[in-house]
Design a binder for this molecule. Structure first.
Ligand SMILES: Nc1ncnc2c1ncn2[C@@H]1O[C@H](COP(=O)(O)OP(=O)(O)O)[C@@H](O)[C@H]1O
Ligand SMILES: Nc1nc2c(ncn2[C@H]2C[C@H](O)[C@@H](COP(=O)(O)O)O2)c(=O)[nH]1
Length: 215
């Protein structure tokens, strides 16, 4: 069983990946963040580092998907399908050149052809999208405390976060690589509240059972 999680920054993907993998007895595969040397550089100088960061993420994501595919059961914290959303938004903000966009889009398309998803042999069994409001996003980013993501470090970040959330709405509506479901990340505190956690796990189990993925 392969489950992929999606959602904006601070939506709760890593937290839910841990909870869900423990619940299902599967392995969680996390995005490369704390040991990512390019991420702090990107936040300091997005125009200079947007393309490099994107290549870094794409390479790490591909590596992680290859490792995940070796296991039969896994949960992936963020899907490869969201990478392009981030990069195109940054490009639209003038942080990447049309040539960089072309190279990236072609590289992504090439790499996607190598994934078993492409042959529809092993599309994810379910995409679980964590939907959050802007206020929740800011609160969670603050709670987690990565310094380079804090709006006090850079007054342009609130606008960046708002744009990102707005793009996610359309992205989720258009996503059609696998079955999908949305969880209200404002409503359920699956990190601190055991009842909410159980409700979220029940919602996911229900979707997996309905599709015969979970007996
Ligand atoms: N549903 C939730 N309710 C309360 N706190 C949450 C929830 N989801 C995540 N958090 C908290 O928000 C912060 C960001 O969560 P994280 O799982 O790292 O998000 P993501 O991986 O999507 O960026 C963490 O401090 C986490 O404990
Ligand atoms: N420019 C991009 N930034 C990205 C991408 N994927 C993740 N990120 C950033 C956003 C956060 O600051 C951090 C980790 O994201 P979480 O949602 O896991 O907190 O990395 C990307 O493709 N491009």
């Amino acid at each position: 069983m392969m489950i992929v999680l999606s959602g904006a920054i601070g939506a709760g993907k890593s937290s839910l990946a841990t909870i869900l993998s423990e619940h299902l007895g599967t392995e969680a595969f996390y995005e490369q963040v704390d040991n990512n040397p390019v991420l702090p550089l990107f936040y300091k100088d997005p125009k200079k580092y947007a393309f490099l960061l994107q290549i870094y993420f794409l390479n790490k994501r591909f590596e992680s998907i290859k490792k995940a595919m070796v296991q039969d059961n896994n949960v992936l914290d963020r899907s490869i399908y969201e990478d392009s959303l981030f990069f195109h938004m940054n490009a639209d903000m003038g942080r990447a050149t049309p040539q960089e966009v072309k190279v990236y889009d072609e590289l992504l398309a090439n790499m996607m052809q190598e994934l078993p998803y492409a042959a529809a042999k092993k599309a994810p069994d379910l995409l679980v999208h964590l939907d959050i409001s802007y206020d929740t996003m800011l609160h969670r980013i603050e709670k987690r405390g990565r310094s380079y993501e804090q709006p006090e470090q850079d007054p342009s970040l609130p606008e960046y976060y708002q744009q990102l959330l707005a793009r996610y709405d359309g992205w989720y509506d258009d996503y059609d690589y696998s079955p999908k479901m949305k969880i209200d990340g404002d409503k359920y505190d699956f990190v601190e509240n055991p009842e909410d956690r159980q409700k979220v796990l029940d919602l996911i189990d229900e979707q997996l059972r309905a599709r015969g993925t979970l007996k």
